[in-house]
Design a protein around this ligand. Structure first.
Ligand code: AMP
Length: 423
C-alpha cells in the first residue's frame, strides 16, 4: 500500500523552502516593528459566527470555503479563513483600545479555505497581516501601502503593481449597488452561474469575476468612483495624493472589489505578472464599520494581508543564496577523533558557528564528498595522528588552502581564523 499522503490542497514547506519563508517573515517583521506595529498571536479556531458576521454570510468564503464543523459538544467552530475578524474580536474582547484607541498589530499564520486547489491557491495558506485600529485618516491607508511596497522592494520583487479603489461607505454604496443591479439585470443572460447567484446576494463581486463572458458583459458597468459621497471622494483623493507624495506608482482599478463584505472606502491589492491566474500577492483596505458591528466601540480600522505562499513562489528562484551551509565540517577518522569532534561541534555550535560532523566510520574521501555536498565552507580534518601531534588541518573548500590549527583552544582559534577570513 502506498504511504499516507497529505490532504489535497495542503502542502509541506520543506527545508530548502523554509529558509526563504523565514527571510520573508524577518523582512516583514523588521518593517512592522520600525513602523510601531506589535505582534498579536491568535487561535486558528473561532466560533463560526465570527466569520459569518464579519466576512459576510453571502460571500464565497463563508458560503462555500470554510472548514466548519461541530466540536464534540456540538458548537459550530471554524478554522479561520482570514485573520482580520479574529484580530477585531481580540481588540474588542480584551478592550485593547482602553488605553489608546490607536493600536497597530501584525500577525503571521495559517489560514484555511476550501477553494479549488491550483498553483498559488491552497487550502491551507499563510498570511502576513497588519491591522491598524483607531485612525480614520486616509494618510494611514497610504502609509500601509507604503509599508507593503517597502517589504516588496526589500525582497527585491520588482514585477508588481499597486491597484487601488474606493468602495465608498454605507451612505454612497447603496446608490452604486442599485445602478449595478440595473445593469446586471439587463445582462444576466450572459453571466456565469456564480455571477447570477452573486447578482442577488453580493453584486459587487460580479465586477471581479475572471470569466471572459462576464468581463465582456460588465465592460460598461458603472464605476463606484462616480458614486462616492463627498467624504469618500475626499478620502480617496488624499490617499492618491499621499501615494504620489511618497512616490508610489499606482493604478486606479474601478473593478477592484475584493471578496469580503466588511471593506469600506480604500481597498488595494498588490498584483504580480509572475503568478498566472492568481495574480494578487497582497490585499487590504479599510473596514471602518467592522469593530462596531462585532459589538465593539465605533472605531475605524484598516489593514492588509500578504499571501506568504505566493510571495515565496515569486522569489523562490533567488532562495539558493539563503540556504545556510555549514561553516565547518569536521571530518573525523577513528573513534577517539569522533569523540573530540563531537565536543568541538557542540562548542562551536553554541558560539553560533554552524558545524556538521561525521559520526560513522567512513573514509576521509567519503567524508570530504559529504562536506562538499553540504556546501561546507571549511573542513577540519582530524585523525589519531593529529590528536597526538596536537594540531588539526583546516581546509578552505573554496580556495583549497590548508592551515594547521592547534587543538589546545581549538574553538577560540577557529573563531579567530574565521573572523580573519570574513573581515
Ligand atoms: P484575502 O484575505 O482574500 O484578501 O487574501 C489576501 C492574500 O492572501 C491574497 O492576496 C493572496 O496572496 C493570499 N491568498 C488568499 N487565498 C489564498 C489561497 N487559497 N492560497 C494561497 N494564497 C491565498
Amino acid at each position: 500500500m502506498a504511504g499516507i499522503q497529505l490532504i489535497r490542497g495542503f502542502k509541506d514547506i520543506l527545508p530548502g523552502e523554509t529558509e526563504l519563508w523565514k527571510y520573508i517573515e524577518k523582512i516583514a517583521v523588521d518593517v512592522f516593528e520600525s513602523f510601531g506595529f506589535k505582534e498579536i498571536r491568535l487561535p486558528v479556531l473561532e466560533h463560526s459566527e465570527l466569520f459569518a458576521r464579519s466576512i459576510g454570510a453571502d460571500t464565497d468564503i463563508v458560503e462555500k470555503e470554510m472548514y466548519t464543523f461541530p466540536d464534540r459538544k456540538g458548537d459550530l467552530i471554524t478554522m479561520r479563513p482570514e485573520a482580520t475578524a479574529s484580530v477585531v474580536r481580540a481588540y474588542i474582547q480584551h478592550k485593547l483600545y482602553a488605553k489608546d484607541p490607536v493600536q497597530k498589530f501584525y500577525t503571521i499564520g495559517p489560514m484555511f479555505r476550501r477553494e479549488r486547489p491550483q498553483k498559488g491557491r491552497y487550502r491551507q495558506f499563510y498570511q502576513i497581516n497588519a491591522e491598524v485600529f483607531g485612525i480614520a485618516s486616509p494618510l494611514i491607508d497610504a502609509q500601509l501601502i507604503f509599508m507593503l511596497t517597502t517589504i516588496f522592494s526589500r525582497l527585491k520583487v520588482a514585477d508588481i503593481a499597486t491597484h487601488i479603489n474606493s468602495l465608498g461607505c454605507p451612505v454612497c454604496r447603496p446608490e452604486f449597488k442599485k445602478a449595478l443591479s440595473t445593469l446586471l439585470s439587463s445582462v444576466s443572460g450572459k453571466l456565469c452561474s456564480d455571477c447570477i447567484r452573486r447578482h442577488k446576494k453580493n453584486p459587487l463581486r460580479v465586477l471581479d469575476c475572471k470569466v471572459p463572458a462576464c468581463r465582456d458583459a460588465m465592460s460598461d458597468a458603472p464605476a463606484i468612483l462616480d458614486f462616492l459621497c463627498p467624504e469618500c471622494k475626499e478620502h480617496f483623493n488624499t490617499v492618491k495624493a499621499t501615494l504620489e507624495n511618497l512616490e508610489i506608482p499606482y493604478h486606479v482599478d474601478k473593478n477592484l472589489v475584493r471578496g469580503l463584505d466588511y471593506y469600506t472606502r480604500t481597498t488595494f491589492e498588490i498584483q504580480t505578472g509572475s503568478l498566472g491566474a492568481q495574480s494578487a500577492v497582497a490585499g487590504g483596505g479599510r473596514y471602518d464599520g467592522l469593530v462596531k458591528s462585532l459589538g465593539g466601540p465605533d472605531h475605524p480600522a484598516t489593514g492588509f494581508a500578504i499571501g506568504l505562499d505566493r510571495l515565496a513562489e515569486i522569489i523562490s528562484a533567488k532562495s539558493d543564496d539563503l540556504l545556510q551551509n555549514p561553516e565547518i565540517f569536521i571530518a573525523a577518522i577513528g573513534s577517539q577523533s569522533r569523540t573530540a569532534a563531537l565536543e568541538w561541534a557542540c562548542r562551536l555550535g553554541i558560539e553560533g558557528i554552524k558545524t556538521e560532523i561525521n559520526l560513522t566510520d567512513r573514509s576521509l574521501k567519503s567524508q570530504m564528498k559529504r562536506a562538499d555536498r553540504l556546501g561546507a565552507a571549511h573542513v577540519i580534518i582530524v585523525g589519531e595522528n593529529e590528536l597526538k601531534q596536537g594540531s588539526v588541518v583546516m581546509r578552505n573548500m573554496l580556495t583549497k588552502d590548508q592551515i594547521s590549527i592547534p587543538v589546545q583552544g581549538l574553538v577560540a582559534n577557529i573563531k579567530q581564523t574565521l573572523k580573519g577570513i570574513i573581515h
